[in-house]
Ligand binder design. Structure first.
Ligand code: CO
Length: 208
């Protein structure tokens, strides 16, 4: 994609939008009230808004390598805090994807420098679910399952935050675990029962 064509495409997009609604951008500038926080992978093939058919203003987005929610990551924690405390989102989605290079890299015995501590969180997911994963003989299937379990564990990391626990007490706010199947363009809801998980782990993670 030549960089110069981007500005031309931007002009076309402005024309397209304002042809349908002349105040489109003026209205957009008034503020945002998205109901969904989406946390996904930075992978260029997993376009957050496009695959959901979302319009500007509808989804608050955070992306990083392998859709992680490390409890000590200031960026992810700030996004969650802002989304829950100020935007008051109703849903938080963690969306992983098959063919995730981050998850693949984490499972290699290789020194990846600055990526080591980041990807080690995925090794921890493997360790937590080692017996289930090791029982899967087919390597591709085992890798897909690790991707799904990583989504689940990152959702649990959201539940561990005080911001989520406070918001959950006040109103309805739901966590969802999804995966995107790149080869089909399909979004899959893993249908993880987070309310059940929440009850189960609160004994350990309850903050007040
Ligand atoms: Co990825």
């Amino acid at each position: 994609m030549p960089l110069t064509s981007i500005f031309e495409k931007n002009s076309n997009w402005i024309q397209e939008k304002t042809a349908i609604d002349k105040d489109f951008f003026k209205d957009l500038s008034k503020g945002q009230s998205p109901e969904i926080l989406y946390i996904g992978c930075s992978d260029s093939r997993v376009t957050a808004e496009k695959m959901m058919g979302a319009k500007p203003g509808e989804v608050f987005v955070h992306r990083n390598i392998a859709n992680m929610v490390p409890n000590t990551d200031l960026s992810a924690m700030s996004v969650i805090d802002y989304a829950l405390t100020h935007l008051k989102v109703k849903h938080i989605v963690v969306c992983g994807h098959y063919e995730c290079g981050g998850v693949k890299a984490a499972m290699k015995s290789e020194d990846l420098g600055i990526l080591n501590p980041w990807l080690r969180n995925i090794r921890d997911v493997y360790r937590l679910h080692k017996s289930e994963l090791n029982a899967i003989k087919d390597e591709a299937k085992r890798y897909n399952r690790l991707i799904e379990l990583n989504v689940q564990e990152q959702c649990i990391n959201i539940i561990k935050t005080s911001q989520y626990q406070k918001a959950f007490k006040d109103r309805s706010v739901t966590v969802h675990g999804w995966v995107f199947d790149i080869s089909k363009g399909k979004l899959i809801d893993l249908e993880i029962n987070f309310e059940g998980i929440l009850k189960e782990i609160m004994e350990i993670y309850q903050l007040d």
